[in-house]
Ligand binder design. Structure first.
Ligand SMILES: O=C[C@H](O)COP(=O)(O)O
Length: 388
């Protein structure tokens, strides 16, 4: 399950976030330098009254040890259930983790890595040993771009997997927008964090907007009730659909044409030394959700195809174009809304003209789409250990 964190400036916005369905209320002054951060946290926690967990930033891990512990204690005693600490790149950070959990007195500690710097994942085991509950990636400089501008899908998948391997929850944030949500849900993070996308005109300095909170909420499927009614429109954002929509409903062809990427591919020894240009074209015949497409919840995003290709080609050398084409087809068919897929893989640098293979694969008629519907794409496609 992925939870939605909404950053708010105080009690008033907290109520809007709550009404819009946010799972975690994060107290954060987007202008920084809040006059009395602890007082705002206390007022927000009191207003929320336990209806949702409250989170708040306490400071930087680089702060002097005594000051850091005091900041963690102040935020926790003000009522935060989750205390976020920025992790700035640098040596000796592990030494600063001592006694932080005690200072947090029961609140869950979350380390926030800046997405702009190559995140120092070697610190994850130390975070776990120090009693942290999770780690997040977030952009520190909000003018520097979106999370995905700084780190590609393979790196983000690696972050989520490394967190989980260390027993930590994994969070992702950084000027996320609605089209980012289905792409990131595929990675199965425990948390997606938002501020700018929830504010009027997408300006994180502006006031929280209920309709925008609801729009983001609608893209993140809530926990599935066991055997209860499921809103499949929500699941569609994650690429899932009820069995009833296949194979009889209307079908759209979602396509990617002529995506060219450098790929380590080929059976010759020399083809292991350098990547070569490979062109990808993919068509996916996708069951419509039974209504006209109005927003991201109604579509199977072509981003899911391009992201999957990037993840697959970033996972090491592949011997044959046929192997790569099969993996891409399996990856696309891992989305239950996809009934049929065509994959064309063309090598452009062989000196023999354009060579390659084109395959078509269909969902086996016998394959059911019964629950569990929510299965990470990365896992379903068998590339859960990729790195770039
Ligand atoms: O963790 C949540 C942050 O407040 C995200 O803020 P942002 O969406 O404006 O980057």
């Amino acid at each position: 399950m992925t939870r939605m964190l909404a950053s708010v400036t105080g009690p008033q916005e907290a109520e809007i976030a709550l009404a819009g369905g946010a799972d975690i209320i994060d107290v954060q002054n987007p202008a920084e330098g809040a006059q009395d951060h602890a007082a705002v946290i206390r007022a927000t926690a009191q207003a929320i009254g336990g209806r949702r967990p409250v989170s708040a930033l306490a400071g930087d891990l680089a702060m002097p040890a005594d000051g850091l512990r005091a900041a963690v204690r102040a935020v926790a005693t003000a009522g935060a259930d989750m205390v976020r600490l920025r992790i700035v790149p640098g040596e000796g950070l592990a030494n600063r983790l001592d006694r932080l959990a005690k200072a947090a007195s029961g609140a869950r500690l979350i380390g926030v890595f800046p997405a702009e710097a190559a995140p120092g994942l070697s610190l994850l085991p130390a975070l776990r040993r120090a009693g942290f509950a999770g780690a997040m990636l977030d952009t520190r400089d909000k003018a520097s771009g979106h999370l995905l501008d700084h780190l590609g899908l393979p790196r983000l998948l690696g972050f989520v997997e490394d967190c989980h391997a260390n027993g930590l929850e994994a969070g992702l944030a950084g000027s996320l927008e609605p089209p980012d949500v289905p792409r990131l849900l595929v990675l199965s993070p425990d948390l997606l964090g938002f501020r700018g996308a929830l504010c009027g005109a997408g300006d994180r300095m502006g006031p929280l907007d209920l309709a925008r909170v609801q729009a983001i909420r609608g893209l993140i499927p809530p926990d599935l009730p066991a055997g209860g009614d499921v809103d499949y429109r929500l699941l569609a954002a994650r690429g899932y659909a009820p069995a009833a929509t296949l194979p009889d409903g209307p079908v759209d062809r979602v396509f990617v044409e002529d995506l060219v990427l450098p790929v380590f591919i080929g059976a010759y020894a020399r083809e292991r030394d350098a990547p070569q240009a490979v062109r990808f074209s993919v068509s996916a015949w996708v069951a419509r959700g039974g209504r006209a497409a109005e927003d991201m919840r109604d579509v199977f995003s072509y981003d899911l195809i391009t992201d999957g290709i990037r993840l697959l080609t970033g996972s090491g050398h592949v011997g044959l174009v046929e192997t790569l084409a099969e993996r891409i087809a399996a990856m696309v068919l891992a989305h239950p809304r996809v009934a049929r897929v065509m994959v064309r893989v063309q090598k452009l640098d062989t000196g023999l003209g354009t060579v390659g293979v084109e395959i078509e694969r269909s969902r086996a008629a016998a394959r059911t789409l019964s629950p569990p519907l929510v299965q990470p794409l990365a896992e379903a496609a068998g590339f859960g250990h990729t790195r770039s």
